[in-house]
Design a protein around this ligand. Structure first.
Ligand SMILES: Nc1ncnc2c1ncn2[C@@H]1O[C@H](COP(=O)(O)OP(=O)(O)OP(=O)(O)O)[C@@H](O)[C@H]1O
Length: 679
């Protein structure tokens, strides 16, 4: 965009002092944004009826409103001096026969003017001319609105107020109270309104606020030592910048206004003979605007980031050294201000002459800091403020000449696009993506840990079950062992009984109920008090009978030998013998039964023992199995424990990191939400 710097002139109303001093208005506003100097007598006639400025005290931005910039701007066309003067005026001046007046503006001469003395009038034409009746809304609409929009579209833009002290620069840039916000608050409102309207782009805004006071650059957003006397450097691509200057990310109109208010409190302001609240420093409020096309997630397309700056500059006012005599300090400040403005004038002059030679940007901090704006890639608007009063005629004239020179400077602003990751907006987007992936990593690790914990719990339960089984098996085993022991005891007793029986001895001390009387001659039977031995003792055996009846029991053998007797005795004997035979049969039966029972119990006991031993072996095998399984589980558990410990420490790290990420993420989310609200 190739265009000349836009230059406007704004005149403020007379202040109370100027009215009291009966100052003259020496300038006339004509058509086509032309201002012309008036000969003194005419000026005197006009000035006598000028309304004064009611409050000459500068107001702070902290009182500024956040009311909409769309408030109506009043047209004051009728209040300015519309009749162009013919120059030079040669006819003598008569008192104007008729004047028109408005409530807010100066009187307007209605008749042709004549002069008795030679007077050379100067006329200057600008892009816009604002008479005393113009308010800040009108100035903003005509001068600033378009540039603010351009800045939002990616062009660098600078708007600065230039003029002598007390001419209305701060009034124009900052404003005066809620009802009359200046270009800075109105621009901020428009910036956020633009973001709200522009749905297809996302924005990142940062602001900085600096002052140049006595040739030192101070950061108005910081109060520490390191925020003062900042150095100016130059980057081969981005140009001149102030090193260490704070750039605050801003999210709303109120946020920016509060930062500026805080900055204002640090600005050097002092009382001079011209202005009770005179700015003793140049200030540059800068807004850095980054914007990027909003692309659907996963579109795989990369859009470049637009990067632009909006500089809103309130210069300190040049002043007559002889009259700023409030203090030596004020004089020193004044000389620094004048020197830097002189350099600005020289730079502007050289640029307007299309001088391709050396441009003395480095001769002052002001021109050095403004180098980027003045040297090409920026749209620039200068509002020159003047007083119409005759006592400042020369200063106003110089301002107008400065404005005319500035008007000749042409700039070539272009949309600045960054494709790499240097843009903060892109860095933030990348950071958000990185944080998101870190977050999902942390979540999957957490899940893995939970799974491992669950697995461990399950294994613990299984192990517990196995231990219970092991305990049961051991109990069972000892039960079996005790059973086997008991049975073994029984077997041993039977064996010892058998052994002693086979030896024919009567010893052994048997306690078994299964012991047969035939096997143990000492055993008692159920034959009453009579035992086989006692029968043997009672009936003597003959050797022949003994040998022929070798199948008979000793008892029957004794009985048969008794049969050899005769008479009643022999009947009795026969009865006894038959009784004995009967008893012997019974005894034999019982012995058989006992033998059978004895042999039966021994076999079944052996079988039982065998079975139990088999069970025992099985149990032992089970036990071995359980023990092996338990050992395996213990090893597994200890591995799991190790894994859990490492996962837990990993999780702790992740959670720590996650907390940091989360807080960063929250901050970013709230920023993003703010932007989303703004759209
Ligand atoms: N257009 C205007 N309408 C009404 N009052 C104005 C206008 N311009 C300036 N004033 C008043 O004139 C006084 C001086 O204005 P201001 O402080 O803005 O001047 P300045 O150029 O910034 O001065 P300095 O260079 O000393 O800081 C203030 O009281 C201000 O309110």
């Amino acid at each position: 965009m190739n265009e000349n710097i836009s230059v406007s002139v704004r005149a403020r109303p007379f202040n109370e002092k100027e009215v009291k001093d009966k100052e003259h208005c020496l300038w006339q506003f004509g058509n086509n944004n032309t201002i012309t100097s008036l000969p003194p007598p005419i000026a005197q006639a006009i000035s006598s009826n000028l309304p004064p400025i009611s409050t000459p005290i500068k107001s702070s931005l902290s009182n500024s409103s956040s009311s909409s910039s769309s408030s109506s701007s009043s047209s004051v066309g009728g209040s300015s001096l519309k009749t162009p003067l013919k120059t030079p005026l040669k006819t003598p001046l008569k008192t104007p026969s008729k004047t028109t007046t408005t409530t807010n503006g100066p009187l307007v001469p209605a008749s042709p003017l004549t002069l008795t003395t030679k007077f050379v009038s100067n006329s200057y034409t600008y892009d816009h001319l604002f008479p005393p009746t113009s308010d800040n809304y009108e100035v903003y609409d005509m001068v600033a609105r378009e540039l603010v929009k351009s800045a939002m579209e990616g062009y660098n833009a600078s708007i600065m107020a230039y003029g002598i002290t007390s001419s209305g620069k701060t009034f124009t840039m900052t404003g005066s109270g809620k009802k009359n916000p200046g270009i800075i608050p109105l621009s901020i409102q428009d910036v956020f309104a633009y973001i709200q309207e522009c749905k297809e782009r996302e924005f990142l805004l940062r602001v900085s606020y600096l002052e140049i006071y006595n040739e030192t650059v101070n950061d108005l957003l910081g109060v520490n030592q390191e925020n003062f006397n900042l150095k100016i450097h130059e980057h081969p691509v981005t140009g001149v910048y102030v090193a260490g200057l704070k750039e605050e990310i801003v999210l709303s109109v109120d946020h920016v206004i509060s930062l500026i208010s805080a900055g204002e409190a640090h600005r050097h302001v002092g009382s001079t003979s011209y202005n009770l609240q005179s700015s003793r420093s140049h200030t540059i409020f800068k807004m850095i605007i980054e914007s990027k096309e909003v692309l659907p997630e996963g579109s795989g397309r990369e859009s470049p980031v637009r990067y632009s700056t909006l500089n809103l500059i309130d210069l300190a006012g040049s002043e007559k050294a002889s009259e700023s005599t409030v203090s030596a300090m004020r004089n020193k400040e004044g000389s620094y201000i004048n020197k830097s403005l002189l350099t600005l004038g020289t730079v502007i002059s050289k640029l307007s002459d299309k001088d391709t030679g050396y441009i003395p940007y480095r001769d002052s901090k002001l021109t050095r800091v403004l180098q980027n704006s003045l040297s090409g890639n920026s749209r620039v608007a200068i509002i020159c403020t003047i007083t119409l009063a005759s006592n400042n005629f020369d200063e106003s004239h110089n301002t107008l000449k400065f404005a005319s020179r500035a008007k000749k400077i042409s700039n070539n602003a272009k949309v600045n696009e960054i494709l790499d990751d240097k843009a903060l907006l892109k860095q933030y987007r990348n950071e958000i993506a990185e944080l998101k992936s870190k977050l999902s990593d942390a979540l999957s690790t957490e899940k893995e840990l939970q799974e491992t914990m669950t697995e461990k719990e399950k294994m613990k339960i299984t192990n517990q079950e196995l231990l219970t089984k092991l305990g049961d098996a051991e109990k069972h085993r000892s039960l079996l062992e005790s059973k086997i022991n008991n049975l073994n005891k029984l077997i041993l007793v039977s064996t010892s009984v058998n052994n002693s029986a086979s030896k024919g001895g009567g010893g052994g001390g048997s306690r078994s109920t299964f012991v047969s009387p035939s096997q143990n001659s000492n055993s008692h039977t159920d034959l009453g008090s009579v035992t086989p031995n006692s029968f043997s003792n009672l009936f003597l055996q003959s050797p022949s009978q003994n040998s022929s009846n070798h199948h008979m029991s000793p008892l029957s053998q004794s009985t048969s030998s008794l049969t050899l007797g005769g008479g009643s005795e022999s009947n009795e004997l026969i009865q006894i013998q038959s009784k004995m035979a009967k008893l012997e049969l019974e005894l034999e039966e019982k012995n058989k039964k006992i033998d059978f029972l004895s042999s039966f119990n021994q076999d079944s006991a052996l079988e039982k023992i065998k079975q139990l031993e088999g069970e025992l072996v099985q149990r032992d095998m089970d036990l071995g199995l359980y023990q092996r399984e338990s050992t395996r589980l213990q090893t597994l558990l200890s591995h799991k424990d190790e894994k859990i410990n490492s996962l837990e420490s990993k999780l702790r790290d992740i959670l720590l990191k996650y907390k940091q990420i989360d807080s960063e993420n929250n901050a970013l989310k709230s920023k993003i939400q703010e932007y989303e609200v703004m759209y």
